[in-house]
Ligand binder design. Structure first.
Ligand SMILES: [Mn+2]
Length: 430
């Protein structure tokens, strides 16, 4: 068992840790899900990119993992301009296949007995590498995330990245594999419209690059542009999540502004937002919730534009009125990928970045992370660009976290100096 909490390791230290992990890995019963166990102690843990014939015959859940690998490998190759009509028609078929989403979701896990984890993913902004790294990393766990977990994306898929089509195909392809166990929520970058007069997509956010790219490359296919806007605009704004430990809110930004906060309440029975007044109150509250930013200050801070800030007092007012224990949100790049506010009751999770990830729009985020919630409501945060081997199931027992050298398959490399171990994680309600 290893518990190391430091930022930089020497080559000798890394070698020693790899060796220990390789030895520990041999004791894992479920060797099938840990591809590295047959390797020598000094070999890195490799993830097979595509299924081999032998692996495909193992089990159905293993097959799902292989399909994710295949998907990641497929779109790691560039999509060329001549491939775009096929890509557009696949995306249109996907948009057509999806039911119209409500503006909210209610998820009740209070009586769930099975270990069904939630993977909560913050902003990804067209960052293929971060998303691929997440899938690679989770595949190393003894827990089969692809077969059992539900993946919740907190929004902001579009803009700020330069590999739009490959990213979209990976994102949508993943949802096609997991179905209802993959949920896309709405971020402020999903505020887009199809303008009938101009025949173009327009973004409500500045700067924005997805709409101009789509107008330029797919502009003749108006049906595609319309379906694209319709799908991303109508994603749910929030999830009310009930667990054995309480009620959490998952949302892109945060809470409504002062002026309308006391005019709306989230119903614990249905999850919907009840409003005193007409539907415009709800629309304003929902719009606020994809723009708001928390600040540690006690006193109220607000801004005049779409984007605004709230403080501790407003947070208290909102969580008391709505009986909410924790809020998980994204929306702001944070250096460590996660930031806790208000005595561990609000968390910012950001899932794109990496100092050596050339396609990330937010390289100041050194360590992009996702949150993983167990069925008991406990949460830990995992960084994306380093591979993790879970030696003991559950996280009350120490996890051994191994940050390996570069994920060569992700198309960029980290210097040896960038290797580091870090098993910072927060445990809520303990
Ligand atoms: Mn945002």
């Amino acid at each position: 068992m290893i518990l190391i909490k430091k930022n930089r390791l020497s080559r000798t230290e890394i070698s020693s840790i790899k060796k220990t992990v390789a030895e520990l890995s041999k004791s894992i019963k479920d060797t099938q899900t840990v591809p590295s166990v047959e390797k020598g102690p000094d070999e890195p843990v490799d993830v097979p990119e595509v299924a081999t014939a032998a692996e495909e015959t193992t089990s159905s859940n293993h097959l799902l993992k292989q399909k994710v690998f295949t998907l990641v490998a497929k779109y790691r190759k560039d999509i060329n301009e001549e491939d775009l009509p096929k890509v557009q028609s696949e995306l249109k078929a996907f948009f057509d296949s999806q039911p119209r989403q409500p503006y909210y979701l209610l998820m009740d896990r209070r009586y769930e007995k099975e270990d069904k984890r939630l993977v909560i993913i913050g902003d990804t902004h067209c960052d293929y590498n971060s998303l691929a790294a997440l899938f690679d990393k989770l595949s190393l766990s003894a827990y089969d995330y692809f077969d059992k977990a539900t993946f919740i994306f907190l929004g902001d898929y579009l803009d700020r990245g330069n590999i739009l089509f490959e990213y979209l195909m990976l994102l949508v392809g993943f949802k096609k594999l997991l179905g209802d166990r993959c949920i896309f929520m709405k971020g402020n970058h999903e505020l887009i419209e199809y303008n009938e007069a101009s025949g173009k997509l327009e973004s409500m956010v500045r700067p924005a690059d997805t709409c101009p790219t789509l107008n330029s490359y797919c502009g003749t296919d108006k049906e595609f542009l319309k379906k694209f806007a319709d799908y991303f605009t109508n994603l749910p704004y929030y999830i009310l999540l009930k667990t054995a430990k309480g009620t959490d809110l998952l949302v892109h930004g945060g809470i409504p502004r002062d002026a309308i906060m006391d005019k709306c309440t989230i119903s614990h029975d249905t999850g919907e937002m009840l409003v005193a007044g007409d539907d415009r109150i709800r629309e304003m509250a929902l719009d606020n919730m994809i723009w708001a930013d928390p600040r540690p200050d006690r006193f109220k801070l607000q801004g005049g534009g779409s984007r605004f800030e709230f403080g501790y007092e407003q947070f208290e007012q909102f969580v008391i009125a709505n009986k909410i224990d924790h809020i998980f949100r994204s929306h702001e790049p944070v250096k460590n990928g996660v930031e806790a506010f208000y005595n561990n009751r609000l968390f910012t999770v950001f899932s794109t970045g990496g100092t050596k990830n050339p396609i990330a729009g937010y390289q100041e985020v050194e360590n992009p992370v996702v949150a993983i919630m167990g069925i008991d409501g406990e949460v830990r945060f995992e960084s994306l660009f380093f591979k993790k081997v879970t030696i003991n199931k559950g996280y009350t027992v120490l996890n051994t976290v191994l940050y390996m050298e570069e994920d060569a398959s992700a198309g960029f490399s980290l210097e040896l100096d960038d290797l580091h171990l870090n098993n910072e994680f927060y445990v809520i309600n303990q």
